[in-house]
Design a binder for this molecule. Structure first.
Ligand code: ADP
Ligand code: MG
Length: 321
């Protein structure tokens, strides 16, 4: 199978076709009909085997996750995702691997109505880069920089399950097999909070997706907004599995420092919190208020006894030597 057969037989086989794709895969570049009055919003994430996912990860999950992490960035901007490019480096042209990869990729793509419009295919160590494009009405995308003192700090879903799953794989903690299996699904198939992100437009003053852990990601919101935050640890939403298996070993550490959960963290101004409480009941995921933005420019993690806790930052590819 040559490079062009591979593109034709796999990547050009998505069942979905959007009306705003004037020209998709097959030419030197794609042509997209950008909505008048909208701002184009783009993001790119690269997943490398052995760095972002263990070698044992299934092709389906690699396909799913490489798209999911980019959709999650779109969600954090309040953007509506539309099109994506796929740059892939493959050690070999294995048909069964490619079939499963495309199944994972295209099942999520269909769910979110996003179309693959081009990319690049090369031979090399397994790495998958997705560039996602979407849009939001002018000036309505949600940035990291808008948080103000007094705003409530919220997160979607539960935190720490992805970190617990990885700890299980790496034998840092014992997990019953059925729990390990369920947690692995959470780790490999994060649900991008796209619809929630869109609903937060005009309400949230800032938002980020939790890819590197709350310590790091809420840290980005605070740094960009020139504010601090106070978070009540006991309010952080945790799963039953986390409470039972992670809490005795790691405390809150996996929930706030690990990341990979791809939930949203965002801030809502005090005067809109009542309106927001009505709105988030319609979300397909629970939303929890975990603290508030402060003028003091550091993040205080408050324990149940009222004392402060400290945590390490999440993963950094280029930590200070
Ligand atoms: P060029 O040499 O002009 O860059 P390529 O041979 O790389 O063209 O690609 C041919 C067509 O296939 C282009 O439309 C390109 O966007 C598309 N394509 C290549 N690789 C992928 C991929 N992994 N996913 C989707 N489309 C791809
Ligand atoms: Mg090319």
């Amino acid at each position: 199978m040559g490079e062009f057969d591979l593109i034709r037989d796999f990547f050009a086989q998505q069942q979905l076709s959007r009306q705003d794709v004037v020209l998709g895969i097959g030419d030197d570049a794609a042509i997209l009909d950008v909505h008048p009055g909208a701002e184009l919003i783009t993001t790119s994430d690269l997943l490398v085997e052995g760095v972002h996912f263990p070698q044992s990860t299934s092709a389906y999950d690699v396909g799913y996750k490489s798209l999911a992490v980019n959709l999650s960035d779109m969600a954090a901007m309040g953007a509506e995702p539309a099109w994506f490019l796929l740059s892939i480096s493959l050690p070999e042209a294995s048909e069964s691997w490619l079939r499963n990869f495309c199944e994972g990729l295209f099942s999520l793509a269909s769910e979110c109505t996003v179309q693959l419009v081009g990319g690049d295919t090369v031979r090399g160590p397994l790495a998958v880069g997705v560039t996602m494009m979407g849009w939001a009405p002018q000036s309505q995308a949600i940035r990291r920089s808008g948080a103000r003192p007094g705003d409530g700090v919220y997160v979607t879903g539960v935190l720490g399950d992805a970190g617990l799953a990885l700890a299980g794989i790496q034998n840092e903690v014992w997990l019953p097999q059925d729990i390990q299996m369920l947690l692995l699904i959470t780790l490999n198939r994060p649900v991008p909070r796209v619809q929630e992100g869109i609903k937060l437009r005009g309400l949230a003053t800032s938002a980020i997706d939790i890819s590197d852990g709350l310590v790091s990601d809420l840290g980005h919101i605070c740094a960009e907004s020139n504010v601090g935050a106070e978070v009540e640890l006991s309010l952080i939403p945790l799963s039953e599995s986390y409470m039972e298996f992670a809490m005795p070993v790691f405390g809150y550490d996996k929930a706030v420092s690990h990341g990979d959960d791809y939930e949203l963290c965002f801030t809502v101004p005090e005067e809109k919190e009542v309106q927001f409480t009505g709105l988030y009941k319609e979300f397909s995921v629970p939303v929890t208020r975990i603290g508030a933005i402060t003028e003091v420019r550091d993040i205080r993690w408050i324990q149940e006894d009222g004392n402060r806790a400290t945590f390490s930052k999440g993963h950094d590819h280029f930590p200070d030597e």
